[in-house]
Design a protein around this ligand. Structure first.
Ligand code: 2YC
Length: 275
């Protein structure tokens, strides 16, 4: 997971309305619709659940420390989606205690390795990486109309790619996954509907759509696009070249936090699966 920098997130909140419309134009749904679709829940049900949740965001000083604007950006995204949310004044453990003392039913908390939304009542944990994979897979499915019987070239076998593979195969896609390292690929070899391939070119060549979940930049280029190619490219750096974005940006879905945080909220609102 690439650690965000302040400049990656400082414009997110002021552009949320516009981004929501861009998503609606591309996929037929806005941020909350995509998140609801990602967890197979009706947006109306999630709306009802929102009133029962109060989310405390706790800044964390561990590791490389606080990212300027991070907590406020997460608050802005969650508030845009209609959640009751606040940022604690204190950080770390004192912040956790403050959130709990102020009636938080869930806490959003992130260090350099993990970013979680934890339901204090049920113990359910929504993970940002898995939720990002799930949310972008949902957006890709909405933009494509359906992934049933389609092939998706997945670049990157980390936690985002793993969440994506789970969601893509659950929607009927066949996934060709590549990673430059062998170890992360091991957990994919036993997944139904997933084939491990030995190059990025091989993953893209036989796929209708692409899911770029690497920490590299400029992985997907202009000549990787054909008339119907769609690309999901979460996080930073953007895995699609600037030239390809100029030509085919309308067929690429990418952001640094929005869809991942929205899907974490939807996971929380849908609640712990009893089945
Ligand atoms: O400000 C704070 O509380 C910091 N401890 C936050 C650190 C977040 C590190 N993670 C990231 O930069 C992101 C994740 C939210 C998703 C991908 N990278």
């Amino acid at each position: 997971m690439t650690r965000l920098a302040e400049q990656d997130i400082c414009y997110i909140v002021e552009r949320l309305e516009r981004y929501d419309k861009i998503l609606r134009d591309k996929t037929g749904g806005g941020l909350m619709d995509i998140a609801a679709f990602a967890v197979d829940a009706a947006a109306a049900d999630l709306r009802a659940a929102k009133a029962k949740q109060k989310i405390g965001i706790v800044p964390v000083t561990a590791g490389q420390g606080i990212i300027g604007g991070f907590s406020d950006t997460v608050r802005g995204i969650l508030a845009f989606l209609g959640a009751q949310v606040f940022v604690t004044k204190a950080t770390d453990v004192a912040g956790l205690a403050e959130a709990t003392a102020n009636g938080a039913t869930a806490v959003f908390i992130a260090d350099d390795q993990t970013c979680s939304l934890i339901d204090l009542r049920t113990g359910q944990v929504a993970d940002n990486s898995l939720s990002t994979g799930k949310g972008f897979a949902a957006a890709l499915a909405m933009q494509a109309g359906s992934l049933q019987g389609k092939s998706v070239g997945l670049l990157g076998a980390g936690p985002v790619g793993y969440g994506a593979a789970q969601a893509l195969t659950a929607r009927g896609a066949h996934v060709y996954v590549y990673d430059c390292q062998a170890e992360p690929l091991r957990k994919f070899s036993s997944m139904d509907g997933v084939a491990v391939v030995d190059s990025a070119a091989a993953a893209l060549a036989q796929s209708d759509y692409y899911f770029e979940a690497t920490t590299a930049s400029a992985t997907i280029q202009v000549n990787d696009f054909c008339a119907t190619t769609l690309v999901a490219a979460p996080g930073v750096p953007l895995g699609v070249t600037a030239e390809a974005m100029k030509c085919y940006g309308s067929r690429v879905i990418s952001d640094t936090l929005e869809i991942g945080v929205a899907t974490m909220l939807a996971v929380l609102l849908k609640g712990k699966q009893t089945t």
